[in-house]
Every structure is written in structure tokens, then in C-alpha cells.
Design a protein around this ligand. Structure first.
Ligand code: GLN
Length: 245
């Protein structure tokens, strides 16, 4: 078996080590004898969506998101939308999550029209939502408790066709108002969680990888368990700290 991963805009959207998500996916697949190819696609480079099973988009500040608008409008945005509809797997973090939505109205009044691959929109608030946080993913997105770090001024609101990735246990999540965190649409997993996310959330990582294998190969065998002592220690330490705080 083999999975092909596309890292979109790695040189522009990469806050708080979001690239660690790619390293983790690669490592957890290779440890099970599954071959992984990783390619990068940034501004000015054509995107052939048929080559990939998983797309990763990291976070970025308002400025970086604005820089990408022209490149997205030149055809990449349409490609991303059709990959989403084709049930390819996406993992999108923070600025990358917002970018999959309809638009982002920044707190200082500019409107960034994004690609509308998922039915969400984001409104900037002057006060930033910052800190370690945790949420419980919905059963259809593994049911795991996820720990992470959020830092955003955008408040994201989900449209009718999009489910939250999970429910906030501590912190702000999508908007600090409705307890929702992230978004799940088809095989898109989107979240505000930097950290990076996957190294200390192995259950969610394997769920995403399994989703990609099932999409590609039909009935894929469950992934063999790995020794996750270190990963679980990191996860549980943060979960306990947040519970106390
Ligand atoms: N620019 C966005 C915001 O502040 C995203 C920030 C991020 O990716 N951390 O809302």
C-alpha cells in the first residue's frame, strides 16, 4: 500500500511547527510498512489533484492568507474544491482551515474571499483567542480527546452542510461562543489546533490515515497498533493540566 501526500504552501503556511503533522503521518505509515510520498506545492506551481490521497494545509497569519488569494484564484482553488468533493482527505489547520471556507472578514475591515470548498465563514475579532485548549472529536471523527494550542483572531461559523470536528472542553475553538471546534465535511478534517497537532494526538492521526486508506483501497485492514507510550504521555500530561486549570 502507498499514500501520496501533498503539502500545500509549505513555505507560506507553517505556524508553530505545523509541518510536524506531515512528519508524523509519514512516520506512522512507514512504521506499518506503508509507503509514503510527499510533494510540496506552492505559489505558481500547478496542482494535479489526481496524484494525491491526502492534502495538508498549515496555519498562517492574515497577511500570508492575503498573499495566497491570487494563486488560489488562478485555478488551484477550483482544484482543491473538486478534490474535497471527490472525498480526498484534507487536514487543514487554522489559517489553512479558514482558507477552505467562503470568506474571512478581518477585524480591521478587509474581506478575503476564499475558495468555498467547505461551507464556513470567518469574522475577525479584535481580541485574539490564544492558549492551550482541548476538545472531544465527534464519534464520526474518532471520538478522541484532542489537546492543542490555538491562536487566532478569526471566529469561524459553520454552515448547515458542515459538522463540527468536535466539542470544546477547554478554550475557545471555532468562535468562543457555541462550543464547536473545527469542521468535518466529507473527508476534510479542519481545526484550529496547532501544536503541532498529530504528534501528541495519535488516535486522531491514525483515524485520518485510515480514512485515506479506506478511500483508496476500499476495505483497508485496521492499522496495526504502535508503541505510543511517549505520544500518550505527552497527550495525557496536557489533558490533566488543562483539566486542573
Ligand atoms: N490569520 C488567522 C487568524 O488570526 C489565522 C491564524 C493562524 O493560523 N494561527 O484568525
Amino acid at each position: 500500500m502507498e499514500l501520496n501526500i501533498c503539502h500545500l504552501y509549505p513555505d507560506i503556511l507553517n505556524l508553530y511547527g505545523d509541518r510536524g503533522n506531515i512528519i508524523t503521518m509519514k512516520r506512522r505509515l512507514e512504521d506499518r510498512g506503508i509507503k509514503v510520498n510527499i510533494e510540496e506545492c506552492s505559489i505558481g506551481q500547478p496542482l494535479d489533484i489526481s496524484r494525491y490521497d491526502i492534502f495538508f494545509i498549515g496555519g498562517g497569519q492574515d497577511f500570508e492568507q492575503e498573499v495566497l488569494l491570487r494563486d488560489l484564484a488562478s485555478g488551484k482553488g477550483r482544484g482543491i474544491c473538486s478534490a474535497v468533493e471527490d472525498e480526498k482527505v484534507f487536514l487543514a489547520i487554522c489559517g489553512g482551515y479558514q482558507m477552505l471556507g467562503q470568506y474571512y472578514k478581518t477585524w480591521d475591515g478587509s474581506q478575503l474571499d476564499f475558495i468555498g470548498a467547505i461551507d464556513i465563514h470567518t469574522i475577525g475579532a479584535k481580541e485574539r483567542m490564544i492558549g492551550n485548549y482541548m476538545f472531544r472529536t465527534a464519534p464520526e471523527s474518532s471520538g478522541a480527546v484532542v489537546v492543542g494550542f490555538e491562536n487566532h483572531s478569526g471566529k469561524t461559523y459553520l454552515g448547515d452542510r458542515v459538522a463540527p470536528l468536535g466539542t470544546v472542553l477547554k478554550g475557545y475553538g471555532n468562535n468562543g461562543e457555541d462550543q464547536t471546534e473545527g469542521a468535518r465535511y466529507k473527508n476534510v478534517f479542519a481545526t484550529y489546533s496547532h501544536g503541532s497537532l498529530l504528534p501528541k494526538n495519535p488516535v486522531l492521526c491514525d483515524f485520518i490515515l485510515q480514512t485515506a486508506l479506506v478511500r483508496k483501497y476500499g476495505d483497508a485492514e485496521p492499522l496495526a497498533p504502535l508503541d505510543d507510550t511517549l505520544e500518550n504521555n505527552a497527550h495525557d500530561y496536557m489533558e490533566q493540566r488543562l483539566q486542573k486549570g
